[in-house]
Design a protein around this ligand. Structure first.
Ligand SMILES: Nc1nc2c(ncn2[C@@H]2O[C@H](COP(=O)(O)OP(=O)(O)OP(=O)(O)O)[C@@H](O)[C@H]2O)c(=O)[nH]1
Ligand SMILES: [Mg+2]
Length: 246
């Protein structure tokens, strides 16, 4: 299966070079697209120089910080439009996602999954080194999301995923609206509505040891508000659909 990893980066100067080397070592036949938002710490230039050395790494330079959702939208559009790939992977550059699991993710798509989610909330999954408030926020946020949206996935905000390219194209990620990690939930909602086969495989999410988190109150608030709004919208649609068939 031809595969590509879309990696959004913002100020990952300490991580990007070792990250790209680790990915190439773990999954030598997988291409990479780095989507950098003109990181002030020079991540983009560092990525360019590793790309020149290793090959099959492309760096998309954007003019400024436009958010995680926007980086995924542009990255996914680009790799889907190229029509070169069967599997599209998303992954953070901060080593929270273990490159050693890449081949397993690709295999699960080959075995029939439309999306493989690296999940912290299935048996065998978890987080290490995260402060308690981050753990609770993520755990409760995901439990709320699952209940409100009625999706089967236990980890809707994990960014470590592998999509069957045709299934990703079918939900048209370029038209998703969320800016922060709610973008990831939005795609799970769309995939679920599409009847996609969602497979969760356990991951141990490690907290970053280098660089700074981009998580903010605004991003958390966006996620809570959007999930609540989607939940109400879905309920309303079910209600009106039932009425119109009476
Ligand atoms: N291009 C781009 N990448 C971003 C942006 N915000 C975050 N990223 C990248 O997206 C990935 C996930 O972001 P993180 O800062 O690790 O956010 P997080 O994983 O929620 O937070 P921590 O794990 O606490 O660090 C990392 O590779 C970031 O560099 C953005 O606005 N633009
Ligand atoms: Mg991170």
């Amino acid at each position: 299966m031809r595969s590509v990893i879309v990696v959004p980066t913002y100020n990952e100067g300490e991580n990007i070079e070792p990250f790209l080397r680790a990915v190439r070592k773990a999954a030598p036949s997988t291409d990479v697209l780095v989507v950098d938002d003109n990181s002030p710490d020079g991540t983009g230039a560092l990525a360019d120089s590793v790309a020149n050395e290793l090959g099959r790494i492309e760096v998309l330079h954007r003019p400024g910080k436009q958010g995680l959702g926007s980086a995924y939208r542009e990255g996914f559009s680009r790799v889907l439009a190229s029509d070169q790939y069967d599997v599209v992977i998303s992954m953070d550059a901060d080593f929270s996602h273990d490159p050693e699991q890449l081949s397993q993710f690709i295999q699960l798509v080959a075995d029939g999954a439309d999306v493989v989610i690296g999940s912290r909330y299935v048996p065998g999954g978890g987080t290490t080194d995260w402060p308690v408030h981050r753990q609770l926020l993520s755990k409760w946020g995901n439990a709320y999301t699952r209940t409100v949206l009625g999706v089967s996935a236990r980890d809707c905000t994990s960014g470590y995923r592998a999509y069957r390219a045709t299934s990703l194209a079918a939900i048209d990620p370029a038209t998703a609206t969320a800016e922060g990690y709610a973008f990831l939930t939005e795609l799970v909602r769309r995939l679920t509505r599409d009847g996609a086969t969602v497979v969760e495989t356990p991951i141990i999410f490690r907290d970053r040891t280098r660089g700074k988190s981009k998580m903010s109150g605004r991003i958390i608030a966006e996620s809570m508000m959007l999930v609540s709004a989607w939940g109400m919208l879905d309920r309303w649609r079910r209600l009106t659909a039932r009425r119109s068939t009476r």
